[in-house]
Design a protein around this ligand. Structure first.
Ligand SMILES: Cc1cc2nc3c(=O)[nH]c(=O)nc-3n(C[C@H](O)[C@H](O)[C@H](O)COP(=O)(O)O)c2cc1C
Length: 217
């Protein structure tokens, strides 16, 4: 295989325009700062600012990661949804801890969240499932996510079948559809700088309050 090095070298990184960030005036609660940064990313047109990497650990302690969509941010933490029977679902059931990583290139900002994970109630999960479009519900109902798939004929048939079931019984809810919430233990805000003097501000949970630390870039 030809090394990728020559194609990689001319590529630029951190080409966005970072806004001013003064950690000394940052709010006491990292959730508030997340909302500020997220809202700003949306305003400047960051594509898919709600896409985030969810990192988990498997039964052998080996990390696993994939991209998911952020579904909500509440006082409890960052919410996402998926199948409890998926690889991530199995990993989270065994080790209810996770990390989330956001990167917003337009503004040269990244946020990292680490914490413990809890599941939504049956009622919350069912409500979230019911709010999905019929296509997304049929896929969730008809597909054992993360299991080996023999062929696309197999998946088409299973999803079509699930769509017919939903047509006949619109109240059907996938028994594996699950909301999870990452309750933060630490949240780090990273802001790029053209001279590579990047800024890092880490919040650490102290129970009811937060302590903050600047970190070397
Ligand atoms: C932008 C983007 C958004 C995604 N959003 C979700 C999501 O909200 N829920 C989900 O289960 N999978 C989502 N996926 C698919 C996951 O990345 C992953 O392939 C899937 O959840 C299976 O992961 P697992 O085998 O580690 O459980 C998304 C993928 C991308 C690229």
């Amino acid at each position: 295989m030809r090394p990728l090095r020559d194609s990689l070298r001319p590529l630029k990184s951190l080409t966005g325009t970072p806004p001013l960030f003064d950690p000394s005036t940052a709010p006491e609660n990292p959730l508030e700062l997340f909302v500020e940064w997220f809202t700003h990313a949306v305003e400047v047109g960051q594509v898919e600012p709600h896409a985030m990497t969810l990192s988990t650990v498997d039964a052998d302690g080996v990390p696993d990661a994939r991209v998911l969509i952020l579904k909500d941010l509440t006082d409890d933490g960052w919410w996402f949804a998926s199948s409890s029977a998926s690889a991530k679902g199995v990993e989270l059931t065994a080790h209810p801890v996770a990390a989330l990583t956001f990167y917003w290139p337009t503004v040269g900002r990244s946020v990292r969240v680490r914490g413990t994970v809890s599941r939504g109630s049956d009622e919350q999960n069912a409500r979230d499932f019911s709010r999905r479009g019929i296509g997304a519900r049929a896929v969730a109902l008809g597909s054992p996510q993360s299991q080996p798939l023999g062929s696309y004929d197999e998946s088409e048939a299973a999803i079509d079948n699930a769509a017919r079931e939903l047509d006949a019984h619109p109240e059907l809810v996938s028994p594996t559809w699950t909301l999870w919430c990452v309750r933060p233990e630490s949240v780090e805000f990273w802001q790029s700088d053209a001279e590579r003097r990047h800024q890092r501000l880490r919040y650490s949970s102290q129970g009811q309050s937060w302590s903050t630390t600047l970190l070397w870039p």
